[in-house]
Design a protein around this ligand. Structure first.
Ligand SMILES: Cc1ncc(COP(=O)(O)O)c(C=O)c1O
Length: 391
């Protein structure tokens, strides 16, 4: 393990496995169904989930702010020690509605080292993403943020990549000094603590993902947490077509409600939060003790209590695709989270930006499998395999 404190995975929602090093240089005989997969859903109590599905069918309450959605919101508020939680259909819509609810025009400063949804949510809200570079752990570079702020800056949208925590103290100072709201994309960071404080109440609001690949899966789903009652009311209305009361529609909302079956899945997994973290931490320790140079694990900082949702490893860039292919040949589906950096994706490359640390990280990081589907013996085997591939 190196002195680097942490890193995050690139987060393409899991579909059918495709060539992991999709540069076209992979010469593997590709297994159709890899055995060890990044982002395989955590399922901790199948029997309880199925019992809850029966209840949903029996009560015939399938959606529209139902009892499981409310129980999920209540448990999130309690766990994260935050006043309001709004459950939504996914984190992308959560980001869009949150940005729209700020009622701002102009620019949003956002790291490029993230999943495309973060940037897309800005554009889809009629705002302009201004891409920012990151530090060596993939977290927003606050010096760069300060240089990018101008009179058109409407908001700052940092990402707690891999569940590592941005410099929340500095971002708060910047926010107060410049009177610009900060909202966090904490899609990876449910259950993470910074200096003993659970994420959820930082900035104006935080967004978490319940996508199947995420730490707490609801199949799909998203959460917004905030300590602002006014913002919470707006968001509850916005996720439900703008309804403010019976037959009263006061704003242009959408349908971003979380269905009961999704809420029941997320609730059932959230109830096992500590168990999932403990399992992931054990796997992280195995990777950490076994990976050998030139591989470098990105570790949580001393101030962070991670959920260990991601196991990000830095490899020499010239070996990275070779390593991915070798792993894939051994039925291990590791991921390049995040490659190539949003600013270099087709939808944004016309901006012609150069963000050196984002590009360097995106060319060297691999995320390894973890979660409830991976045993300690599996992690040891994967560590051995990647050591050999890199050696
Ligand atoms: C950093 C980040 N933000 C946002 C999202 C979007 O989450 P969702 O799939 O719930 O819309 C993801 C999902 O992969 C993500 O990794």
């Amino acid at each position: 393990m190196t002195s680097l404190k942490s890193v995050t995975p690139s987060s393409t929602p899991l579909g059918q496995p495709v060539d992991p090093a999709s540069s076209g240089e992979v010469k593997s005989s590709v297994p159709l169904k890899p055995k060890y997969v990044v982002g395989k859903p955590n399922i901790l109590d199948r029997a309880l989930f199925l019992e809850r599905v029966e209840q949903i069918l029996d009560t015939a309450i399938h959606t529209n702010d139902g009892p499981f959605a409310r129980r999920l919101e209540d448990l999130v508020k309690e766990e994260l020690d935050v006043q309001h939680c709004i459950a939504l259909a996914n984190a992308t819509l959560a980001l869009e509605l949150l940005l729209q609810s700020l009622n701002k025009v102009g620019e949003v400063i956002v790291p490029s080292f993230t999943f495309v949804a973060t940037a897309h949510s800005i554009v889809r809200s009629g705002l302009t993403p201004i891409f920012c570079d990151v530090d060596e752990r993939g977290l927003i570079d606050c010096d760069h943020v300060e240089r990018l702020i101008n009179k058109s800056t409407a908001c700052i949208l940092p990402v707690n990549v891999y569940g590592n925590v941005c410099n929340v103290a500095r971002l708060k100072t910047i926010s107060q000094k410049c009177d610009i709201p900060v909202i966090y994309d904490s899609a990876h960071a449910l259950g993470v603590k910074e200096n003993g404080i659970r994420l959820g109440g930082f900035g104006a609001a935080e967004v978490f993902s319940l996508h199947a690949t995420k730490f707490i899966s609801g199949f799909e789903g998203g959460l917004i947490t905030t300590n602002s009652a006014e913002l919470a009311d707006k968001l509850r209305s916005a996720r439900n077509f703008g309804f403010a009361g019976y037959d009263a529609v006061e704003s242009i909302g959408t349908n971003a409600k979380l269905s009961e079956i999704h809420a029941a899945m997320a609730l059932t997994n959230l109830e096992k939060l500590e168990q999932i973290i403990a399992h992931n931490r054990d796997l992280f320790d195995i990777y950490s003790s076994r990976l050998k140079p030139p591989l470098q694990l990105i570790c949580p900082a001393d101030s962070e209590q991670s959920n260990y949702q991601y196991v990000p490893v830095l490899c020499p860039p010239e070996l990275r695709n070779h390593i991915l292919s070798e792993l894939f040949n051994k039925s291990i589906f590791a991921r390049r989270y995040f490659y190539p950096g949003v600013h270099r994706m087709g939808a944004y490359q016309h901006l012609n930006l150069h963000l050196p640390r984002t590009e360097s990280l995106s060319e060297s990081v691999i995320c390894l499998p973890t979660g409830s589907a991976i045993s300690q013996a599996d992690a040891a085997l994967i560590a051995e395999t990647i050591n050999q591939a890199a050696g």
